[in-house]
Design a protein around this ligand. Structure first.
Ligand SMILES: Cc1cc2nc3c(=O)[nH]c(=O)nc-3n(C[C@H](O)[C@H](O)[C@H](O)COP(=O)(O)OP(=O)(O)OC[C@H]3O[C@@H](n4cnc5c(N)ncnc54)[C@H](O)[C@@H]3O)c2cc1C
Length: 432
């Protein structure tokens, strides 16, 4: 019978960071169902290309976790200034759209600026997050910016009615310009530096998986290919597929909260119901390797109807090592509400769209492709989520279990936040 002080479900960045903090201090097992560590922060090699699960860039904000991540990468890292753009009304402009309206047609520009100023004069505060997205964006950014970017882009991304999507996630992710920045961006030059991701770090070699691999390399308790099938928190025992029971004193979960509550055999009916009410979208990432590409940009946003994908980027502009010499690599992101994507049709639309916006030029040729699916990609913020989380979290607290990371905590978060939560979860166990 296998026994451990701490069982960690999932070897993504949250689980690996918790493991690193526990190393040598408590016995632990990280059960990771895949045969590689890293979860979403991993990299797949194909035909000389390194493909991530779409762009995975390190936007570091906090000193302790920045140091932890940069130390793990050692010299294998580079700091880059973002070159992100938006393709709207048949032309490119800078990101964020709301502060870079200059290239837009006169009518669109005037509509966006005047409605923004009207919203501003009305004293639009950020709100408390409970307001629904469709109303919030019109109230704080005005009708024009909402109609030409915020509504179509977010409808494509979330695949959920924007009249029911709440806005707790918006503060860190939606740049809020001042009136002078909107006017300057519309009638003056390009507005740089707005938003959370002006600069980012990225590994020089190996894709974002290099970070996960570096953390995994020092982990004595990481067990790949172990899928946890059920958990009894009262008895402190987990059943692992093809393996049997693992007894634990404490549990840290990083697997998606909806499937975790479903597999907890001792969860009360109210907790199971709360878990079943959680919603998410699914993202399909088409990675393409190409020859003959001459483009500087890092990534672009596509609000327009003629583009079935919401974002596309040039990964080889983060690191030339991701593609063989003379080649470039793209990622193109499609979201669905969970239904299967018609891959052949999506691929044809992706290539057509990349040619239409000029990212693939007349002389460029696709030489490699790889579809990657992220079944649970963006968790949906709705009233059901707001009601479910306190029910689940108070039960977990009573059982002295922790559920962390982007999916364990069921939030729109980023890699550094998963690292932070992993370190904090381990820290709280060590402090007891
Ligand atoms: C499309 C997209 C783009 C993104 N871009 C960025 C970006 O540019 N920058 C950024 O900072 N963040 C980005 N993120 C967010 C980032 O991917 C996550 O914040 C981070 O990787 C989450 O790490 P985690 O450990 O919390 O979860 P995960 O990476 O999901 O790890 C959880 C692990 O648990 C394992 N698991 C699940 N169930 C079980 C089970 N029953 N038994 C055993 N193992 C199990 C999974 O296999 C997985 O390895 C992006 C996310 C998406 C979807």
């Amino acid at each position: 019978m296998l026994k451990t002080d701490v069982l960690i479900i999932g070897g993504g960045l949250a689980g690996l960071s918790a493991a690193k903090a526990l190393e040598g201090k408590k016995s632990y097992i990280v059960a990771e169902r895949e045969n590689r560590p890293g979860g979403l922060s991993s990299t797949v090699k194909k035909g000389g290309f390194h493909f991530d699960y779409s762009g995975h860039l390190l936007h570091l904000r906090w000193p302790k976790t920045s140091k932890f991540i940069l130390d793990a990468l050692g010299s294998n890292r580079r700091r880059l200034r973002r070159d992100a753009r938006v393709f709207a009304h048949g032309r490119w402009t800078g990101f964020p759209f709301q502060a870079n309206l200059a290239p837009m047609p006169q009518k669109v520009k005037a509509e966006c600026v005047s409605a923004f100023l009207k919203a501003w004069r009305a004293g639009a505060g950020p709100g408390d997050g409970s307001e629904v997205f469709s109303r919030w964006t019109r109230r704080v950014l005005g009708e024009g910016i909402s109609r030409h970017f915020m509504l179509p882009y977010n409808a494509k991304l979330w695949q959920y009615p924007l009249e029911r999507l709440t806005t707790e996630w918006c503060a860190p992710f939606v740049p809020m310009p001042r009136p002078e920045e909107v006017i300057e961006g519309a009638y003056g030059g390009r507005t740089e530096g707005l938003g959370y991701n002006t600069f980012f770090h990225y590994p020089k070699r190996g894709g974002i998986g290099a970070l996960s691999n570096a953390l995994a390399a020092g982990s004595s308790g990481l067990r790949l290919g172990l899928e946890v099938e059920s958990v009894d928190l009262r008895k402190g025992v987990a059943q692992v597929r093809h393996f049997g029971p693992v007894h634990f004193k404490r549990l840290i979960n990083t697997s998606p909260l909806n499937s975790f509550t479903a597999m907890c055999s001792d969860a009360p009916a109210a907790v199971k119901r709360a878990g079943a009410a959680l919603r998410h979208n699914t993202v399909y990432v088409l990675n393409l390797g190409a020859r003959g590409v001459r483009q500087e940009l890092h990534w672009g946003y596509f609000p327009g109807e003629g583009f079935p994908f919401y974002r596309a980027g040039l990964a080889s502009n983060f690191s030339a090592e991701l593609a063989p010499r003379g080649c470039a690599s793209f990622y193109v992101e499609f979201a669905t509400a969970g239904e299967a994507l018609d891959l052949a049709a999506a691929e044809a639309a992706a290539v057509k769209g990349l040619r239409r916006c000029g990212l693939l030029g007349p002389g460029s040729k696709i030489v490699e492709k790889l579809w990657l699916k992220i079944p649970c990609a963006y968790v949906v913020y709705n009233r059901e989520r707001a009601a479910a989380l306190p029910v689940i979290n108070s039960w977990l607290k009573a059982k002295k279990a922790q559920s962390i990371g982007r999916y364990g905590a069921w939030k729109y978060s980023f890699m550094e936040e998963s690292v932070k939560e992993g370190l904090e979860a381990a820290g709280s166990l060590l402090a007891r």
